[in-house]
Every structure is written in C-alpha cells, then in structure tokens.
Design a protein around this ligand. Structure first.
Ligand SMILES: [Zn+2]
Length: 231
C-alpha cells in the first residue's frame, strides 16, 4: 500500500460493525474502509475475540429475507471475476466496464470489493467538476459514487444527518484535514465544510448520506437543485 490510512472509523463504529448492528450502507462503507486498512482489520479481530464467546451463545439472528439485505450479502461476498461476464450483471450496468471510472485522460480504478456494487450504479450526473452516480440502497440512506475533478470545490454545506465519505482514489482536503485513498471521513450535523480537490488528479469517493445536505452559500433557488443533485 502506497500510504498509511489516517482517518478511521471510531472504535464504537467498528464495534457496531462487528456486532452487525449498523445500517446496511454504513456497514458497507466501513467494510470498504477495512479493505484499505490493516490497522482496523486487526482491531476488528480483537473486538471479535472479545465478544466471540457472548455471540457464540446467542441464537442465530433471524434470517433477513429483505431483498436489499440479500443483494448486500452478494456484494460483500468475495469478488468473482466471472461475474464481469455475467449477462444479468451486464444488463444492469450503464457503463460496460465496472472496474474503472473513465474521465478524460484519467482512468480511475474502483476497488475490487466495490466493483460489483459499482456495476449497479445509475448514470453519472454532472454539475461543474462534480459527478455523482447513485448506487442501490435502502430507503433510509443515500449511497453514491462521487467524483470530484481536479481544482474543484464542493460548495460549503452542513449535514442534516450523517455524511460518511470514503476516499477510493485521489486526494481531497477540507477545513479539517487532507484525505487520501482509504480515509474515512465522518461528518455530523455539527460540521460545516467545503471539500475540495486541489490535486492534479480526480478524486473518487464512496458516500453515504442519512439525510440531504444543506448548502450555505448563494441563492436558495440555486442551492435547492444542488441539494437534489447530491441526494
Ligand atoms: Zn482504519
């Protein structure tokens, strides 16, 4: 790995992840972080060891028959390259290639563990230097890929709910820090920030929103479409 991941989920979030009590989209983005982060993988093993005895004595949780849960299980299952040729998957795919996002001269690789999910993305919507593609999710949350081109800023906004962002490729900064691949950034309604990509390469992120963003600058009539764009 080219660099060490700096921003991690809290211990409490990792515990909830290990216990299986997180909402599906939040669990998914934590799982994607774990793929980047040996440090959190080790922590998760430690948590598992701590709660293992308790869990072993509990009855198995009721089977989830929910369609979304089934799809999530498929997505989180180890990737199998043969699915790239699966005609059913191809049919649901807008772009013919789920392993990369192509933007001008740049070809950005989607991490292997997310390729199956990324293949189910809706079409990219573009606003200035920002593009977003919605991914399948439950009704509670909004899950999307977010591509921020170089020298592009997401307008200042705050959060009505949680905003969890995982950098998949490239770099971005905001008022709190600088983030690179594997970094997990969690913003709550207390945070207001202006994410920017000041690098020369595009930045690809996975984003979970539990409520729409609230934009703070400019005319409301211009910001309302912006809010819809992001949610
Ligand atoms: Zn970590």
């Amino acid at each position: 790995m080219a660099h060490a991941v700096k921003y991690h989920p809290s211990l409490s979030l990792l515990e909830q992840y290990t216990e299986g009590t997180l909402e599906a989209e939040v669990a998914l983005i934590v799982a994607a972080h774990l793929d980047f982060c040996p440090h959190c993988q080790q922590l998760r093993h430690d948590i598992e060891a701590d709660i293992g005895c308790q869990l072993a004595q509990q009855p198995a949780p009721a089977a989830e028959s929910d369609e979304w849960q089934q799809m999530l299980q498929q997505i989180l299952a180890p990737a199998d390259l043969s699915t790239a040729q699966d005609p059913n998957v191809a049919e649901a795919t807008i772009a013919p290639n789920s392993t990369h996002v192509e933007l001008g001269q740049f070809k950005i690789e989607i991490p292997r563990s997310l390729q199956r999910l990324a293949a189910k993305r809706k079409k990219w919507l573009q606003l200035g230097g920002i593009a977003t593609a919605k991914l399948p999710s439950s009704d509670n949350n909004h899950l999307s890929l977010l591509l921020i081109q170089s020298n592009t800023e997401v307008p200042l906004h705050t959060h009505k709910g949680l905003e969890i962002t995982l950098v998949l490729a490239g770099e971005m900064v905001d008022e709190m820090g600088k983030y690179a691949a594997g970094d997990l950034i969690i913003n709550t309604p207390d945070h207001t920030h202006t994410p920017k990509n000041i690098s020369e390469e595009p930045c690809l992120c996975l984003s979970v929103l539990t409520a729409p963003l609230e934009f703070k600058q400019g005319l409301t009539r211009l910001l309302n479409p912006l809010q819809r764009f992001f949610y």
